[in-house]
Design a protein around this ligand. Sequence first.
Ligand code: ZN
Length: 330
Amino acid sequence: MMKYKFGTALILSSSLLLSQSSFYVNAEEKSNEQTENTSKSISFEQAQKMKPKELTNLLTDEDLKLHNKVAEHQSTELETNRNTNEAYQNVNGYIDQNNIKPSAITQDTRMNSLPKYDYKSDKFIGVVIHETANPNSTIDEEINYMYNNYESAFVHAYAGSSKIVQTASSDYLAWGAGAKANPYFYQIELAQSSTFDQFAKSVNNQAYLTAKMLDQNGLKPSLADHNGGTGTVISHNAISQYYGGTDHTDPINYFSQWGYDMDQFYSLVQKHYNQLNEASDTITGDTHTVASGDTLYNISQRSGVSVDNIKELNDLSSNDLTVGQVLKLK
Ligand SMILES: [Zn+2]
């Protein structure tokens, strides 16, 4: 485990060396060659049905040169002083039990100063999950660093334990995950936390923004990591695996330090996505029949009855529900 972490840290620290080409020179080249490179874009609908290989094959040499940027992870060594997975309780369960709500989404006005390049697919077809790999930096410091170095890399948003900040317009691509994925994805960085409570709040914020952006773009959540890279929620690690153009493995190691993984993150995204789509679906009766996608938290939100009360009324010892189960709410 230690050996593996150390190896990854070395990869992370050496990964920015590839992309020092000047943005201005490339931008000029782009406009000069625009007439020669026609019909390069594909429709949003088509792109959603394509595999990573097919998507990356559509990219021209110009695209690959221009967008060859990977969000910097400054850390040279991952923290090793945290306890192992076993020390932590279930993150998603903790979020439910403590009724942790997402923070408000804010926008940094500096986003208007960033480069504006269209997605290859008109709109983004999924969300890349990153983490900053920097235990000594706050979310604000990370964001300031990003704006000061945007010619090297920038992402669309940052999630921390107490805030969600959109740092680049969702209308344009970002430079966070290499030339092969940047033209297709919205990208969110997770700022590191030093306590379990903060970690839970921060991933809850990252998952909420992921769900919100998918919903906003008319995309349904699906996990790409175990599906050959096809899907709307994808780790930077899976981008490296299936798209190429980058070798980062975040957020896998950082998640695992808190006993967390992409599958659990994905189910948190699904929870938020379902809530966004059922927000108006208020429950008013004395009972509720559990439907697909329902969670105790979500039923609590819609009915105004606390999770603890629902559990007590129905003698539930866990948060597990089955479709068709009838819950008493009074
Ligand atoms: Zn990353």
